[in-house]
Design a protein around this ligand. Structure first.
Ligand code: ATP
Ligand code: MG
Length: 239
């Protein structure tokens, strides 16, 4: 462990999927400060989700390394970082395991061996915040896509991790649930580190920093949405 002041860091992180003939991530270097909200943008299939999985410790780096709270993921490849980092997958169906919603949200806290009262408290609190208390008894397989996103999000919140990674959380949300997500982000931003892949303007506007992942590298950093927007209009599609 080193004494890095960064909550998340990648150093020359490179990655290629098996059978692929190119590095999807090619010496990615990024540093994420505590309690900042960072958004990652980039082209379709550019490796944003793959990068997020690295930042969560889910993928062990092939080349280079990822540091979570200063701890090398490569040197601790058997360690699970689930008490430190929560990841909302791009497709919520990839993280719903239990047939009934309440059990699914309780899954993480149960794994932490918390007492029943605390598990119940966390399930209710996160469900209330996302306005999904009415779904508690439902079968997860029968939920709509947007409902699945909110249930997966509630399960992640119930873990109380200080680092939160969200992969395109806006997908499937409507005009009524998007403000719930934005309110949640405003609350989390006060004392959580958030990294999010998104193309959503209303979410990008809340970022402390926007990183452009392009052709395997962090090509540019923007201090806010305005700067990102004006760079887009200046450069058009010629990146
Ligand atoms: N398990 C896998 N095996 C092989 N190739 C994969 C695998 N997962 C993703 N890929 C490929 O790697 C590339 C990057 O995928 P990734 O999901 O990281 O991109 P992304 O930037 O998140 O895309 P999107 O904007 O569509 O969400 C894509 O071409 C994808 O098809
Ligand atoms: Mg993706």
């Amino acid at each position: 462990m080193d004494n890095s002041k960064y909550v998340l860091e990648t150093r020359d992180l490179s990655f290629a999927y098996p059978k692929s003939n190119h590095y999807l991530l090619n010496k990615v270097n990024l540093k994420i400060q505590r309690n900042q909200m960072t958004c990652i943008v980039g082209q379709i299939g550019g490796g944003k989700s793959t990068l997020l999985k690295h930042l969560s410790g889910l993928i062990t780096p092939q080349m280079g390394d990822v540091y979570i709270n200063g701890i090398s993921v490569k040197e601790n490849s058997k360690k699970s970082f689930h008490t430190e980092v929560g990841l909302l997958f791009e497709n919520p169906e990839d993280q719903l395991y239990y047939p009934i919603v309440a059990d699914d949200i309780a899954f993480g806290p149960r794994n932490l061996k918390l007492n029943k009262k605390e598990i119940y408290r966390r399930v209710i609190q996160s469900s209330k915040e996302l306005n999904i208390l009415h779904l508690m008894e439902r079968e997860t397989s029968t939920l709509s896509f947007g409902e699945k996103t909110l249930v997966a999000l509630a399960g992640m919140l119930a873990m109380n991790t200080k680092i939160i990674l969200m992969d395109s959380p806006e997908i499937g949300l409507d005009f009524w649930s998007k403000p719930i997500l934005i309110r949640l982000l405003e609350r989390l931003k006060l004392n959580h580190t958030i990294v999010m892949c998104t193309n959503d303007t209303s979410l990008l506007k809340r970022a402390d920093k926007i990183l452009l992942l392009w052709k395997g590298k962090i090509r540019e950093e923007f201090v806010d949405y305005r700067e990102f927007r004006s760079s887009l209009s200046k450069k058009g599609q010629d990146k």
